[in-house]
Design a protein around this ligand. Structure first.
Ligand SMILES: O=P(O)(O)OC[C@H]1O[C@@H](O)[C@H](O)[C@@H](O)[C@@H]1O
Length: 245
């Protein structure tokens, strides 16, 4: 193991964004809850069954936006027409609901701003100082704006996010394709790359892609689930891995 807490032969680090680099996983979760609860109340009346944290972790966290809508609704036996990406936020389609959530997410970000995890920024600096390559691998179409807002865009050699994945036709997490694309673009074989993820879907992607090391970042007390989904090690902050100057 190196002083970064990684196997000696790791050459690249692939980081998820929301919940790993920035404190935005909770912002996404809150925007989803607002959106789904309003939808379910409209549909089922006041006796509706609310969207829970467990629903978020299991069906939505880490997935591309439209996949999150489909997967959660399917868990409740609900299917909506697909619609299209340009659907207005009040249309009852997969994309309409996704757009409704995005409006709520952006409103929250406008009001509260974006905060990074300082431990991750320090770890990233240490990774780069030791000559390892870095990528951001996020399902979010808002990834670039979020990184820019904390001045962290230049910390990554490669970005595979929701926009790039759509352009290239890559399936999102839990499939490994976005992480594999990042490793490929960095010129590193998957067994020589480490994945850093807070979402269960991200763990599944790390395992499916046969990456050299998968670090689960536990921000919400789900260490056991992260291990069950394939983490090699679980930390609550990347500073625990090492990388001190
Ligand atoms: O809606 P966006 O910004 O494209 O993000 C898609 C997904 O991105 C992931 O990073 C989040 O964990 C999910 O909650 C979110 O739904």
């Amino acid at each position: 193991m190196t002083d970064l807490g990684l196997p000696d032969d790791i050459l690249a680090c692939l980081f998820d964004l929301d919940g790993v680099v920035t404190r935005t996983a909770v912002v996404h979760a809150a925007a989803w809850k607002e959106t789904f609860d309003a939808f379910l109340r409209e549909r089922d009346g006041d006796a509706f069954r609310p969207f829970t944290d467990a629903d978020y972790d299991e069906y939505v966290d880490g997935l591309p936006r439209a996949d999150g809508v489909r997967t959660f609704l399917a868990s409740r036996g609900i299917a909506l027409p697909e619609g299209g990406p340009g659907d207005p936020a009040d249309v009852r389609t997969v994309h309409g609901l996704g757009n409704r959530k995005n409006e709520r997410l952006l409103a929250r970000i406008r009001t509260d701003g974006v905060a990074p995890y300082e431990g991750t920024l320090r770890y990233l600096a240490a990774v780069r100082a030791r000559g390892l390559r870095t990528a951001i691998v996020s399902s979010s179409a808002n990834c670039r704006d979020v990184l820019r807002s904390i001045g962290a865009e230049d910390l990554f050699d490669v970005r595979i996010d929701g926009v790039v994945a759509a352009e290239r036709g890559l399936p999102g997490k839990p499939r490994p394709d976005t992480f594999l694309a990042a490793a490929h673009d960095l010129g590193v074989e998957p067994p020589r790359a480490a994945v850093f993820e807070d979402a269960l879907a991200g763990m599944d992607a790390g395992r499916a892609g046969h990456f050299g090391y998968v670090v689960g970042v536990d921000r919400v007390g789900q260490a056991d689930a992260l291990y069950a989904h394939g983490a090699d090690r679980v930390v609550t902050d990347l500073a625990e891995l090492g990388g001190d100057a």
